[in-house]
Design a binder for this molecule. Sequence first.
Ligand code: GCB
Length: 599
Amino acid sequence: MLYPRSSEGRQIQSFDGIWNFRIDDSPTRNEGFDQKWYSRPLSTTGAVIPMAVPSSYNDVTEDKNIRDFVGWAWYDREFFVTKEWQSRRLVLRFDSAHYYCIVYLNGKEAVRHNGGHLPFEAEVNNMINFDGPNNLTVALNNTLSPTTLPPGTISYKADTSKYPEGYFVQNLQMDFFNYAGIHRHVRLYTTPTTYIDDITVTTTVDIGSNVAYVYYDIQIIGNQAVGLTVELLDREGVIIQGAPTSNGTLKVMNPTLWWPYTMNSGIPAYLYTLKVMLDGSVIDVYRLPVGIRVVNVTSEKFLINNTPFYCHGVDKHEDSDIRGKGLDYALIAKDFNMLKWLGVNCFRTSHYPYAEEILDQADQQGIVVIDESPGVGIKSFNFDNQDLLNHHLEVMSEMYRRDKNRPSVCMWSVANEPDSDSANSVNYFKSVIGHTKQLDPTRPVSFTSDRDYYNDKCVQFVDVIMINRYYGWYSDTGHTEVIQRQINTNFMEWRKLYNKPLLVSEFGAGTVVGLHMQPSVAFTEEYQIEVLSQYHQAFDQHIGQFLVGELIWNFADFMTAQNPTRVVGNKKGILTRQRQPKAAAQLVRKRYNSMFNSS
Ligand code: GCB
């Protein structure tokens, strides 16, 4: 699915702004559908409040019922469309809405989508009123179930001596707040009626002869007889290569490769543009950024353009005050500034695919991305659920379709910490990993395991072993002196069994900013420094061998459900939730900046 970009043949209308909003907390929790709220302005159905789009709705108001709401939330707004667009194809696109979403336009269903982190769209020409207002209504349900990703369950509390009638709680199988809302942009965009529907680009590089090949495949919908031109432009807009066919190979002599910004191997993050034109630009034009690079994995190394890449990275979350998981350009810019300040060259989209605007920055700034699906917290009792597996396969297809052309995306992570030691995990992961490799033979595939070398049954399918380890935190709390020994032992044991590169995809310690103690105690800033230093010393013994990276849990503090082990959220950030450094950030900054050019 192509990201909406304006061009000579395409225009965009944004629906970002303040919408009307209400939750359906009626006794049946289904009043919205029973009374057809989508058939009239939401403000005529009862009290509405203003709600920002994009944003999570949870932290925008002072109402606990809204913050903790589970069920259907409703949004609507009015918009107009110029008559000049009458002859164009009109597409309504949601970049993401969490979780299950039904969209109505002027009272009729336009599209529905299952899944909280990926875009969906519909052609709406027949539904638009060009002679007056249009009403756009969204019904959104954030309930997590055994067939959602992440999965969750609802517990009904039937004992009325303890709980009110009809009481239930949502049980989450993951450690982050289940923010809900229209999280990313909503847009109406135009294309011509014969249009470029999809573009797939892959690249290979022959380093020895200094030649690259750009393979492209373009899907056109409409008149297939239309003339098509493809041009590859360099950064200055100079045409490097061209072709008149919808699929083929462009040979690039002396290519400027896409490199992570920390690798001293050329211009960082160089992007070409693939310009696709139908009928010389009269009909449709689409410009796709293209980074020429190749990713390979050996038994010991993670190679970008045949050069070993060591990931000095962090795990992140889409999370901040007030807006929750809502897209915010100031936050994106700040986060990338802090990533660069820290010297980070890689992050994992823990634990779901991030906004396209975030990946744009990774492409443009040269930061490697491990693109993770929302498959977090899949338990042994989930694996036999065929509907969940089908949904997971569908989500991988949607992720691939959205992110396949991005040079920054160098590996797929299909899941985080599943019960990969259970017997029924094997078929499940064989299927999900197999499906992902079939979709994309050009990138390695993995998942993060918190199991061990002796009981994990699914690491056999991955290209790079990713392990999450909390020595000195969840085990031997307070004892940083055991970390190096435990890491070394564990590494060697994985190595004995598998001849694959290893990446530590999580390690860290909870730290409440401003808490100090000498000697250190868990949750103080001193303790976080001690824990990270011990891991660093252990890692240093294996860099250059089979260890290909380290990802600190976490870039910044983030919100979780309320839980006695969490202090207003998870505090393992090296930055606060407001992106200010804790003392450990200085340690990481020093370490990562000293690793430049060697990775
Ligand atoms: C993990 C999870 C992550 C948690 C983290 C923690 O292993 O992958 O989602 O937030 O541990 O802090 O407990």
